[in-house]
Design a protein around this ligand. Structure first.
Ligand SMILES: Nc1ncnc2c1ncn2[C@@H]1O[C@H](COP(=O)(O)OP(=O)(O)OP(=O)(O)O)[C@@H](O)[C@H]1O
Length: 274
């Protein structure tokens, strides 16, 4: 069983400990309920109950070690082998934290881009075509089309269209990260999880990446971990502030930045933390 396409379906059941957002124009596409993550006996995430809005960008912020990456990686079961994750992760009405979920298919829908660009040692074209071929797409015309569309969506097409056979390892950091985004979107996900995707990039590449994400949210729901407060402010509609494995505050980004309810959030976003 996997999955229905009604974004609003069954979200009504998630009444307990609901944290932002509740925006009828951007219904919840993903939510966590009573989520706990343990590394051995150590609890890294406690009671992470969040809703994520469709076609919006949600930033996860907080000090180092507060659990942002652990939380993010749990959302598409990247922690399965290294941690114990309990609680529900509801995606379009299905708890994807259940053992019988097809994790491979789920990760197609809930894609991830990592901190360091990690293109395969293959051509630019094959970086994208690889996963498609694995999924049975073998028609050259169809592959060409998806490669082009994905690179266009990731704002990389114009720079690489004449050198698709060149090794992806020759790309700059910013280009390589956008190739990783193209690779993630080629398999038509719903949700993109990004773990500090700009931390290895220079300001120009960072700005281009941010523009790309703002374009992509028309089609995808985006959750991004960032240490860069200006970046969270520039691109996200919602921000969740993590501290010591808990979500202390979750609200619209403008609210978190201009009128935080918790002192520690205020200290963090104004750079006075610690
Ligand atoms: N693989 C692991 N094994 C054991 N403990 C881990 C592992 N990964 C993370 N932790 C611990 O879990 C806690 C949360 O770490 P996590 O990386 O999720 O925080 P973070 O907020 O993303 O930090 P940063 O901003 O530095 O990336 C930390 O105490 C960290 O040491």
């Amino acid at each position: 069983m996997f999955l229905n396409n009604d974004v609003t379906a069954k979200t009504a059941m998630l009444e307990r400990h609901i944290v932002q957002p509740a925006d009828p124009e951007h219904p919840t596409i993903l939510s966590t309920e009573d989520l706990h993550v343990y590394y051995g006996k150590k609890e890294a995430i406690a009671e992470g109950d969040l809703r994520f809005a469709s076609n919006q960008i949600t930033a996860l912020i907080g000090p180092s070690g507060s659990g942002k990456s652990t939380f993010l990686r749990s959302l598409n079961r990247m922690n399965d082998r290294i941690a114990t994750v309990t609680g529900k992760i509801m995606y379009r009405g299905i708890d994807i934290n259940q053992p019988d979920i097809d994790v491979y298919e789920m990760r197609r829908r809930v894609g991830m881009v990592f901190q360091r660009p990690n293109p395969f040692a293959k051509s630019i074209y094959d970086n994208i075509a690889f996963a498609l071929r694995l999924r049975g797409v073998t028609d050259k015309h169809e592959l060409d089309e998806i490669v082009e569309t994905s690179l266009k969506q990731a704002a990389l097409w114009n720079q690489v269209k004449d050198e698709l056979n060149k090794s992806a390892l020759a790309l700059s950091g910013g280009q390589a990260q956008r190739l990783c985004i193209a690779r993630a979107i080629a398999v038509k996900p719903d949700i993109l999880l990004l773990d500090e995707p700009a931390s290895a990039l220079d300001p120009v590449s960072t700005s281009q990446l941010e523009d790309t994400l703002l374009e992509l949210k028309q089609q995808y729901s985006i959750i991004i971990v960032t240490h860069n407060m200006q970046q969270a402010g520039r691109i996200s509609e919602y921000t969740a502030f993590f501290n010591q494995g808990r979500v202390l505050e979750y609200d619209t980004t403008s609210h978190i930045f201009t009128n935080p309810q918790v002192q520690i959030t205020s200290d963090y976003v104004s750079g006075n933390f610690g």
